[in-house]
Design a binder for this molecule. Sequence first.
Ligand code: ATP
Ligand code: MG
Length: 358
Amino acid sequence: MNNLVERRPRILTGDTPTGRLHLGHWVGSLENRIRLQDDYECFFLIANMHAFTTRVDKPEDIRRDTLEIAKDWLAAGIDPERSTLVLQTEIPAIAELSWYFAMLLPFNRVMRNPTLKTEIELKGLGDHYSFGFPLYAVGQCADILIFRPELVPVGEDQVAHIEMCREVGRRFNWTYAGVDPQAQDEDHVPLGGVFPIPRALVGRVGRLVGTDGKSKMSKSLGNAIFLTDTAKEIKKKISALYTGRQTMTEPGDINNALFQYVRAFIKNPARVAELETKYAAGDNLGDGHVKAEVAAAIDELLGPMRERRAALEGEGGDKRVLEILRAHCAKANAVAEETLYAAKQAMKLDFGRRSLLF
Ligand code: ATP
Ligand code: MG
């Protein structure tokens, strides 16, 4: 039923084109994706269908951000020779599998998902969000499982979604593939399950705070340092960070947003420890000085990405990205169609194989 034995373990993860990528993406997930490209067969998905859940009237913006995200990935170090870039709307099997999964998940289970609840609150969606909004959480289970990955590198806010994905994978395997409900997660595939039960891999900083010092850095909340920001923009955003500290002899709080950035971006651990000790003791270390060091460290990280991205600007860049997406989606469809057929076989829906032409 499946051909999981001979292949490299797989990774699937992705981003929604609701804006450009920021430092939260880097520390939460992107860094891990780049690091693991050699050891895993990687699929990175742009969730452009899900972008419509909050931007139904903004098709141009979604299209623009789709290309921006692909460019951000390439600039950050995702290698199109090793990894597969997937455009959600070009993979019809995902939408089909989402329907079958929607029937395996109790409605109240979906609505209890804490990530959805937080998003509704953070994005001010009140009670006027579309039916498609909670449905995206179900769709995300299909985005992931259609590629039958072992690992899903994500930020902390996504762990609840991955948990739901694991639940639906187990339930599918019990219901249609004869897997014993007592089976351990890692035994599902050897026991004939269609889907492996994937694990979330949370990045080195699971939830990077935004420049407002409060909420998660998020592309929709206007509190992000983007991977494309210039040295000047980085400096400006970091200088504006509010710490509430008045003088450099006042003991500072090393858990404030500024020090979260110190730990996330200054590479030398000895220097981080020194800054923490001095700041906590109020030992003549001004916020301005710490901010300048943090801004320089961020600029050092983003500088090479800016250079690689410059090569992808303009029409030539768009053309290159579209070519990659087209070729990669053909490959992704072959994988997705194989999984969907295995799922439909298990569900007694194998009335004939189909092939997709792109
Ligand atoms: P939106 O505001 O539209 O929800 P976002 O900034 O939250 O956008 P997503 O596309 O939802 O970005 O998330 C993509 C990936 O990046 C997910 O794995 C998510 O957990 C991770 N991520 C996003 N923001 C952060 C953050 N501030 N810290 C750590 N990881 C993050
Ligand atoms: Mg998000």
